[in-house]
Write a protein that binds this ligand. Sequence first.
Ligand code: SF4
Length: 351
Amino acid sequence: MTNISKSLVEWYSRYKRDLPWRETKNPYHIWVSEIILQQTRVNQGFNYYYRFIDKFPDIKSLAFSNIDDLLKIWQGLGYYSRARNMHFTAQDIINNYDGEFPSDYSELIKLKGIGDYTASAIASISFNQATPVLDGNVFRVIARIYGISESTQRNAGKKHFKKILQEIIPDENPGTFNQAIMEFGALQCTPKNPDCENCILKSVCFAYTNNMVAELPLKKQKITQRIRYFNYIYIIYKDFTFIEKRTNNDIWKLLYQLPLIETENKVSIENLEKTQEWNQLFEGLEPEIDINFYKKKHILSHQILVTHVYKVRINTMNDFLLNNYLKIYMSTLPKYGIPKLLENYLKVANK
Ligand code: SF4
């Protein structure tokens, strides 16, 4: 083991946080935790992990679950394609791998939703393979210690980081090393104000010894975000409301939602009433629009959703609503997996 690896592992044994997925090497549990923790903070992921494992304790229960139940558990975590891919992969493992997780990186990476990072994590933690992980924390630690100003957004940069990691990952307990370097990045070598003065690696750290901690790693290029305008209609008919399932290849695929009119620009309710979609929804009806409406800007990694939700009462129904939407009791809405944004709205609207 190199001195750097040894220091990281020693540091980890003293300072690591007690997290439920660190008590196991079970590949199913490692997989679930890694997928949940992608794009999710550890504190938030904690409860989701417990709920997930409670509901789907093993690969079989996940494979045979109803996707709607899975999306319901996932509600609020965002990036719902992660959950859909897990469902697919669980079935794939049952059907094509005798229900057992493949134990080799090269097989793991063939599974849907499992990329280099997750395959490396599972292979190292569960199967003792020396496959280094490269996530944002590891990237920062390596960039600073070795003084690398390349970005991992390019393949060449990624390869360079991987090469260094491959040289320092030990053959013995590679999973512990992977967890150690990630934890070190999360707690010690943080993006802002890393605790350099008390760092075990400061004497060998390029960034520290060259006064370049603030400059490394290289900042990511800003992603341009697309702005979308979502106008939801919460239709109330007696004790019923109407929902639909999102089936297109778009955000929130397979989640349920209220009837949606997406517009090119921000529109007032008066202009919304003039759209073809509105006229279809309420053809032959006399909708009463609540003057209070809900407004929320929802920021995702590549999109900004400028959202309005209007509450509209109707006294009769038309064929368009019946043919294109699910008519459900309002009281049953919490049973459906819906985007967090709508869940928050409904909590307020149904008070
Ligand atoms: S000295 Fe500072 S920048 Fe270098 S590894 Fe330690 S915490 Fe990170």
